[in-house]
Write a protein that binds this ligand. Structure first.
Ligand SMILES: Cc1cc2nc3c(=O)[nH]c(=O)nc-3n(C[C@H](O)[C@H](O)[C@H](O)COP(=O)(O)OP(=O)(O)OC[C@H]3O[C@@H](n4cnc5c(N)ncnc54)[C@H](O)[C@@H]3O)c2cc1C
Ligand code: FES
Length: 278
């Protein structure tokens, strides 16, 4: 029988065997900084299957508005819980920010294809570049790659020190961190892409990963092209369903040398630098 939870729940079970609908994901922890929020959600089924770069679709409220679920990257996971880190950008995220510990959310996941996690990166340097809320999926990825023995170096850029909300959390791990702020309140003064370009010659990475504003990722992709470093990027798009039925997320992408329309939710959100048409 199909789940009767409104438009965004229709056909869920028919679409993917791997996708789980958890209508009672309990909020067990909450932290906030200015317009940024971190929620821990108890959802063992999704936690066990989640891979770095995948996302969940969150039904913000049982009320008809907002009707459509909103996508959020899986920021971290343990045996039973996943975390999401989000920025209040509109009405849905403003409502989500009001949720408290012991409230529950209706979520779908894990969705999409994530970042490349290669055991061959053991002992090799990998670089991650996150801008603002785009840092969200890179924590989970960094933890997985560090567990495999990769040397994880993270460029974390934001407008100002107060936007580098996850600084302390990242520093509790064995990652090498490079900070940049546009106002110079911490680390390199300027854009994180310029900081990367300056540091790259001394780092010799095997692979680069990025998530953040599209203009930032485009610059990182240019650098990766020039230096011939393999790189992957997580794209954002307006998403109606998150699992391939509504076509709201299509974008021109190169596949096997040909340009074609692809659904970001199913074929992405992670794509290589060669695939993305900026
Ligand atoms: C795969 C994926 C993963 C994401 N992960 C995160 C995350 O980890 N943390 C986080 O803070 N945000 C993330 N986003 C973006 C997040 O989904 C949007 O910020 C959110 O849906 C906005 O909802 P809203 O109701 O608050 O905004 P609305 O009121 O609907 O719109 C406010 C503004 O946000 C823009 N917007 C709406 N939806 C999206 C969207 N899906 N992507 C980009 N811009 C949007 C609108 O064009 C508008 O300018 C992700 C998006 C995708 C596609
Ligand atoms: S979001 Fe519906 S098809 Fe991608």
């Amino acid at each position: 029988m199909l789940p009767k939870d409104g438009l965004s729940g229709i056909f869920v079970r028919e679409i993917s065997q791997d996708m789980i609908k958890d209508s009672q994901a309990l909020i067990t922890e909450k932290e906030s900084w200015k317009e940024y929020y971190l929620l821990s959600l108890k959802s063992p089924g999704i936690a066990q299957q989640a891979k770095p770069g995948q996302f969940i679709m969150v039904r913000i409220d049982p009320q008809p508005y907002p009707l459509l679920r909103r996508p959020f990257s899986i920021h971290s996971k343990d045996e039973e819980n996943i975390e999401i880190f989000f920025q209040k950008t509109g009405s849905g995220t403003a409502l989500l920010a009001q949720k408290e510990i012991n409230d529950s959310l209706d979520i779908l996941g894990p969705l999409g294809k994530g970042y490349k996690v290669d055991p061959g990166f053991k002992g090799k340097t990998v670089i991650m570049v996150g801008g603002g809320r785009g840092i969200a999926p890179l924590y989970f990825l960094a933890q997985e790659l560090a567990t495999l023995g990769a040397e994880v170096k993270i460029f974390y850029g934001a407008k100002s020190l107060s936007d580098l909300c996850l600084k302390d959390k990242f520093e509790r791990n064995d990652f090498k961190l490079f900070y940049s702020t546009e106002d110079g309140s911490l680390g390199f003064k300027g854009l994180v892409s310029d900081f990367l370009a300056e540091k790259l010659p001394s780092l010799a990475p095997e692979f680069m990963y990025s998530c953040g504003p599209e203009a930032m990722m485009e610059k990182i992709a240019q650098i990766a092209m020039e230096k011939e470093i393999p790189a992957e990027f997580s794209l954002e798009s307006i998403m109606g369903c998150g699992f391939g039925i509504c076509w709201s997320c299509v974008r021109r992408i190169r596949q096997e040398g040909q340009e074609t329309w692809l659904k970001i939710c199913e074929e992405g959100p992670v794509f290589s630098k060669e695939q993305i048409i900026w």
